[in-house]
Ligand binder design. Structure first.
Ligand code: HEC
Ligand code: HEC
Ligand code: HEC
Length: 444
């Protein structure tokens, strides 16, 4: 009798216990969902969504999360990651199955600032969470509101990454983050103006200029995250063939000689007569992002850039101050091209220039009078210490559309072989990348 009631008693305890546990889990779920729903209700506001939209432009989420010819934000853009392979960006539309429609604010925040996906896996730093770590709580909320309520769902699954099995483990990223990610939101410097602080925030955080413009270390970690550490924006590694120059205010190594007006014009249009044009990833950043930002934000960025510690590097002359008008092409001009296109001929570079470039950039290299076709003299890309961007501009061409107006230079990748490219580049550098009034023999 005693034994059987003991048994019944234990049975009841276990039964009640499990019922309670089940109820608790269910209630927790319902409560969590209710809490998330009420948070979401609070975030589904037109002003917040608009703020988030603007931030998404400043942060250029579109650039990486849209495949060529694909739906905006549906992901699938291929990105070549050094040492690893090819990575495809995620779908970040509000689709629940293939996008981030089912994500909570906390999950979104962790992906943006810590580089952790919904399922807890570490994201590759091709997603610039190292910079986005600086985005404030308020701005994260606005971005979340925009992506969840302002972006229509697109049901599309990006292709699987092409990374060798051996290298595809994500756990090393955990340690990489531990060592190299600052991971704290931006804190204003009370000694500086509001404009300076706004500029600092945009440059370091959402606009992620440092991802391209800051030098990297051995395992590809950024050497600085803000102006308090030397090297911030002092020139980045070569990515997809393009090099992002030193943009610290050093008058020789960086952009110290640019006026605030020139810097503003560059960031808004990508073109400053007799100084610089934007190609490659900078053209994209201007087209998608900077050209669509408020004037006051661009002014803030300029204020900040002109005040960070200057870094010189190993350059002796500002890259925008070099070059002489070419004269030899004028002499060659009357001769038929076929006569002496000879790889051993010294003037071959000049001939290539005359054949491929002079129609737009002028026989002497000074461009067109109105500057539409830029001068190659005193040109920051031609005068740069390394010829990466000059080669890329020739191979890929340039294309930027700002306010509906397209600037276009054709690419020449299929028109010349490596040997000809080398001769042309040598010629251009001997002519337009040497100190003024001191022409060297071309091709020596
Ligand atoms: C420079 C390129 C780049 C930019 C700019 C960028 N992303 Fe990403 N993002 C990626 C890549 C690549 C991945 C995938 C990383 C991986 O698979 O490890 C990713 C992953 C994500 C994820 C995780 C998705 C998932 O399913 O795990 C979210 C969320 C995200 N990005 C949101 C954003 C938002 C919001 C912005 C703008 C504020 C942004 N990204 C800007 C490249 C970028
Ligand atoms: C995705 C990479 C990338 C990002 C992000 C980026 N840049 Fe650039 N930037 C470049 C490249 C590449 C060039 C060289 C373009 C060329 O030679 O045509 C460049 C050139 C420049 C130049 C001209 C320098 C010169 O001497 O010609 C300035 C100024 C500049 N960037 C400022 C910025 C600022 C400010 C930001 C952030 C708001 C930024 N960039 C973000 C890649 C980037
Ligand atoms: C059809 C006209 C045209 C031809 C031909 C042409 N270019 Fe250009 N080039 C342009 C235009 C337009 C731009 C961009 C101007 C701008 O960005 O505002 C440009 C830009 C450049 C730049 C600046 C790139 C940068 O990233 O800063 C260089 C360097 C250059 N061209 C060199 C050459 C060379 C070398 C050749 C011959 C192989 C050549 N161009 C042929 C029209 C032309």
């Amino acid at each position: 009798m005693v034994r059987s009631s003991l048994w019944l008693y234990s049975f009841l305890i276990v039964l009640v216990g499990s019922l309670f546990a089940a109820w608790h889990a269910l209630a927790q779920d319902i409560w969590d969902e209710a809490a998330a729903a009420s948070v979401n209700k609070e975030l589904n506001r037109a002003d917040l969504i608009e703020k988030g939209r603007y931030l998404s432009v400043a942060a250029d989420c579109k650039a990486c999360h849209t495949a060529e010819g694909g739906s905006v934000y549906a992901g699938g853009r291929a990105m070549h990651v050094p040492l690893l392979g090819t990575l495809y960006s995620s779908n970040i539309t509000s689709d629940i199955a293939t996008g981030i429609g089912g994500w909570t604010l906390q999950e979104f925040e962790r992906a943006l600032r810590e580089g952790i996906g919904k399922d807890g896996r570490n994201l590759y730093p091709a997603m610039p969470y190292v910079s986005y770590a600086k985005i404030t709580d308020e701005d994260i909320k606005a971005l979340y509101a925009y992506f969840l309520f302002g972006v229509a769902p697109v049901h599309e699954r990006p292709p699987a990454n092409k990374i060798p099995q051996l290298l595809s483990a994500r756990w090393p990223l955990y340690f990489w983050n531990l060592l190299f990610t600052p991971n704290k939101p931006f804190e204003p410097n009370p000694q500086k103006s509001d404009a300076w602080n706004r500029g600092a925030y945009l440059v370091q955080g959402p606009a992620h200029c440092g991802e391209c413009h800051t030098p990297r270390g051995l395992v590809f970690q950024a050497k600085a995250f803000d102006e308090t550490k030397k090297g911030f924006l002092a020139g980045g590694p070569v990515l997809d063939g393009w090099e992002a120059y030193n943009i610290t205010p050093d008058p020789i190594g960086g952009i110290g000689k640019w006026t605030a007006e020139q810097l503003t014009e560059y960031l808004q249009t990508g073109h400053v007569n007799r100084l610089a044009q934007a190609g490659g990833s900078m053209a994209e950043a201007i087209e998608n992002s900077l050209a669509n930002m408020h004037d006051s934000d661009i002014a803030a960025i300029v204020t900040y850039l002109q005040d960070i510690p200057p870094v010189r590097g190993r350059v002796r002359m500002p890259r925008q101050s070099l070059g002489n008008p070419a004269t030899d092409v004028v002499i060659l001009r009357g001769n038929p091209l076929s006569r002496d296109i000879d790889p051993r001929k010294k003037a071959d570079g000049a001939r290539l220039y005359l054949g491929f470039c002079a129609t737009c950039h002028g026989v002497d290299g000074t461009g067109s009078k109105d500057g539409y076709y830029p001068s190659l003299i005193q040109n920051s890309t031609v005068g740069a210490k390394d010829d990466h961007n000059l080669r890329q501009a020739i191979l890929e061409g340039i294309s930027r559309t700002i306010d509906g107006e397209e600037k276009m230079m054709p690419g020449f990748a299929d028109k010349m072989d490596e040997e000809q490219l080398k001769r042309l580049v040598d010629y251009l550098r001997a002519q337009f990348a040497v100190p003024p009034r001191q022409t060297r023999e071309p091709n020596n």
